[in-house]
Design a protein around this ligand. Structure first.
Ligand code: AMP
Ligand code: MG
Length: 401
């Protein structure tokens, strides 16, 4: 049996190189950028006004107050999207709207709230300093700058910037397709009515949701019976996918044929069993070049092993800079049972008191109890060597889900 760290390292070592595709800007949200995006021109492209008001020569307004205002002659009005037709000379002003380019000769804008009158003349009630209310050319971005770079996970702010740079398409990494095969004679699909001895195929749906949340594309391959032939056929149906997940049939039961079939197909088995709880009987290998995960069948084990191994693998394959969940240290508010030997990943609730983050388990941790997954907002990571019970106040690491 190998350690968690070794298992994860070996799995990540098999992550395929990223592949790229061009997508429309509005489809790029959440995707990983795969190119340098350069600014072709300065943004803003010219000095412009930050307010509605009057473009003036600051020197003309020196000393202006409501008691001793200064009056200037208004030459014209410039809306955003237009240019002034003439420069501002001494004693002159141009009425100007937010975003419009600064007229030549003017070096400040007095906002309309600090003026009086309209038409031919304007009364300035407040002195302006040089560059007041002026947004200088290139203050946001300079022509030639690489503004966005490879590996960036695109958020709305990035897409807004890309739009500002005139990009309607972006080169991003491809989302891998992930085949999901459930195994088990006892399984029926959730829209069938189960007879007494049957149970519903939960894992296909929980795993599909995890695949989607990780940014990849789930392909549900249905249920395979617990025979080597059925499992082989199910695997073959999934070899068009970039990654294959098989749930169930990977333990030591009389009808657990996933591991022997993985062993036999292309000799692909890399390892089987990891010193963790839950999800010990994890199998991983390459089948026909397709990275294949044999996940334990218990719904919680299958979800936790996805979280610990498959999610970082998919994120690496998509070129994310950060492939792991963020972690936080928190103090236990309830004692926790732990035996040395395996690394535990308990489903946990993250809370906070006046001294900082605290946590407790979600309650019963049975690997068939989906409530533990449903209530969890973190996985509590307890190292192999720790021997419990761990007392209240003990500090543990949480992986935030
Ligand atoms: P296995 O790993 O095949 O021995 O399965 C362990 C437990 O998980 C058994 O109780 C199975 O019935 C259950 N199980 C396996 N696959 C699924 C599934 N797709 N949905 C829900 N439960 C499952
Ligand atoms: Mg089974």
């Amino acid at each position: 049996m190998i350690s968690f760290d070794e298992a994860r390292e070996r799995i990540l070592g098999k992550a395929p190189a990223t592949r790229n595709e061009q997508v429309a800007l509005h489809d790029a949200l959440g995707r990983v950028l795969a190119e340098d995006v350069r600014a072709r021109r300065d943004a803003p492209p010219w000095d412009n006004t930050a307010v509605d008001g009057y473009a003036v020569r600051a020197a003309d307004t020196v000393g202006a107050t409501p008691a001793r205002p200064v009056t200037l002659r208004v030459l014209e009005t410039v809306a955003a999207g237009a240019m002034a037709s003439r420069p501002v000379g001494p004693g002159e002003a141009i009425r100007i709207m937010t975003g419009a380019p600064m007229p030549p000769g003017a070096d400040a804008v007095v906002m309309v709230e600090d003026t009086q009158g309209a038409g031919e003349c304007v009364t300035i009630l407040q002195a302006a300093g040089t560059a007041d209310n002026v947004r200088p050319r290139g203050e946001d971005v300079r022509a030639g700058d690489v503004v966005l770079g490879p590996g960036l996970t695109l958020r709305p702010g990035h897409l807004g910037m890309a739009a500002q740079l005139g990009r309607s398409q972006m080169m991003v990494t491809r989302r891998p397709t992930v085949g999901i095969l459930s195994t088990g004679d006892e399984l029926v699909e959730i829209d069938e009515s189960p007879s007494d001895e049957k149970i519903l195929n939960v894992n296909s749906h929980a795993l599909a949701a995890q695949v989607l949340e990780a940014g990849a594309i789930p392909v549900r391959l249905g249920i395979a019976k617990d025979t080597p032939e059925a499992i082989r056929a199910g695997i073959r149906a999934g070899l068009d996918c970039d990654v294959l997940l098989i749930s169930g049939g990977v333990s030591m039961g009389d009808f657990d044929f996933v591991k022997p079939v993985m062993d036999e197909l292309g000799g692909g088995l890399e390892f089987w069993k990891v010193r963790i709880k839950p999800a010990r009987p994890l199998a991983f290998g390459m089948i026909g070049g397709v990275p294949t995960f044999g996940l334990p069948g218990n719904p919680v084990s299958s979800m936790v092993s996805f979280e610990l191994f498959v999610r970082p693998f998919l994120r690496r394959a998509m070129g994310h800079r950060a492939i792991h969940r963020p972690t936080v240290q928190a103090r236990l508010t309830e004692p926790v049972r732990k035996k040395a030997g395996r690394r535990f990943f308990l489903r946990a609730v993250l809370e906070r008191d006046e001294h900082g983050p605290t946590c407790r388990t979600t309650g019963p941790q049975g690997s068939g109890m989906l409530t533990s997954m449903m209530l969890a907002d973190a996985l509590m990571d307890l190292p192999d060597a720790w021997d419990g019970p761990l007392p209240v106040g003990h500090v543990v690491t949480l992986h935030i889900l």
